[in-house]
Design a protein. Structure first.
Length: 105
């Protein structure tokens, strides 16, 4: 896969994740705490789900930023573990992949 295509894929994914994180932050800022205890319990569970989604999105954003920086390297499509080429199919599925499919398993 060429650098330009991969870079475009990564940039698009980055923008989508940034929007997701912003929505989660906005949801936290706009939430109102219920006065009923049973509803508060559900709200806390929902908050935990949002926290987990936000953490996952932020971790993926970090991986994408590393991948965007790596694109400028001649080794952008090389496995960080074994040095073999990461397949185009894998990069299409996971544009920020740093490991080939064998090493990832």
């Amino acid at each position: 896969m060429d650098r330009k295509t991969l870079g475009s894929m990564l940039q698009k994914e980055k923008e989508e994740l940034e929007v997701r994180v912003a929505k989660i932050d906005r949801d936290f800022g706009n939430r109102k705490i219920s006065k009923q205890f049973d509803e508060q319990s559900v709200e806390r569970e929902n908050d935990q789900v949002l926290v987990n989604l936000e953490l996952e999105a932020k971790e993926e954003l970090k991986a994408i930023e590393v991948a965007l920086a790596r694109i400028d390297s001649e080794y952008f499509d090389r496995c960080a573990s074994c040095g073999e080429t990461i397949s185009d199919a894998r990069l299409e599925a996971v544009p920020h992949a740093t490991l080939c499919i064998d090493c990832a398993q």
